[in-house]
Write a protein that binds this ligand. Structure first.
Ligand SMILES: O=C[C@H](O)COP(=O)(O)O
Length: 278
């Protein structure tokens, strides 16, 4: 079984505001992406491949409303709050927070947790208090994962080392996995390995050997959870990545890394075609 995940980050922000969106008006953007990919994606076999797109919250309803009945494509949100509603408990007093139950109720099936941009945000809050504590970040993510699973969502848990952490990558990844997944129902989890130093325009992804080594390590540490690769995944390297037996799929974000950088539905479909060889 292969897994192709798409993290749409904040690619909805129009160019005039400094973003990369020139494909649809902001109000229609989520719907536009689903409408321009769903038919091609439906040609793949559900038993062979899973597709999940993670949208910013404002675009979830548009994206979900554009799905066909029995669509292969699933829609997910970008992380969830570590607490949630409960009968007899909190009734929804969560101003500014996106809870798992709220996301499940509108039709999300999964969520992406622990992306390096989320880790950076949490580390930034801690640093305001003069604290540097990556274990604490992993513990907060662990709570989010548990809240997501309790709400019935599948979780794509992202891990990865920064350029500075490359020398002790085993220790860094091992802690992200052991603390982040402590006490978690592993049947609801897939891992996205993203070396932080390989994410975004102008960055070069690791070679096959590097990814193979890390994917084997993750599988050993997690008793064989699905491992996907993200960070500069594009048409040029999709075939190489698909040929690594330990890698079960990919996490795509930008589809164009030069010129008019951004996310383009036709280029996303091209990456999948190359990855799947059909
Ligand atoms: O979530 C996806 C990753 O951050 C990869 O981003 P990228 O494909 O734009 O390098």
């Amino acid at each position: 079984m292969k897994h192709i995940y798409l993290n749409l980050k904040r690619f909805d922000i129009p160019k005039e505001y400094g973003g990369v969106n020139n494909i649809a008006s902001p109000g229609e953007w989520g719907k536009y992406i689903v409408e321009n990919t769903k038919d091609q994606l439906n040609k793949y076999d559900k038993n062979e491949i899973e597709f999940v797109m993670y949208f910013p919250e404002a675009h979830l309803l548009g994206a979900i409303s554009a799905l066909n009945e029995n669509s292969i494509l699933q829609i997910g949100c970008q992380s969830v709050f570590r607490e949630d509603t409960a009968n007899g408990g909190n009734f929804g007093a969560f101003t500014t927070n996106r809870t798992g139950n709220a996301m499940k109720a509108i039709g999300c099936t999964g969520t992406i947790i622990g992306h390096c941009e989320e880790r950076k945000d949490k580390a930034g809050i801690l640093s305001e208090a003069g604290v540097t504590d990556t274990d604490a970040v992993n513990r907060i993510l662990n709570k989010e994962i548990k809240a997501a699973i309790a709400a019935g969502l599948h979780v794509l848990y992202c891990i990865g080392e920064s350029a500075d952490e490359q020398k002790n990558w085993q220790e860094v990844l091992s802690k992200q996995l052991s603390i982040g997944l402590d006490g978690v129902d592993k049947s609801k989890i897939a891992i996205a390995y993203e070396p932080i130093w390989a994410i975004g325009p102008g960055k070069t992804p690791p070679d096959r050997e590097y990814i193979e080594k890390i994917a084997k390590f993750i599988k050993t540490e997690t008793n064989g959870l699905p491992v996907t690769y993200g960070g500069g995944l594009k048409v040029d390297n999709a075939k190489m990545l698909a040929s690594i037996p330990e890698v079960d799929g990919g996490l795509i974000a930008l589809t164009r890394f030069q010129g008019e950088i951004g996310f383009y539905p036709d280029e996303y479909l091209e990456i999948i075609k190359t990855y799947m060889g059909k």
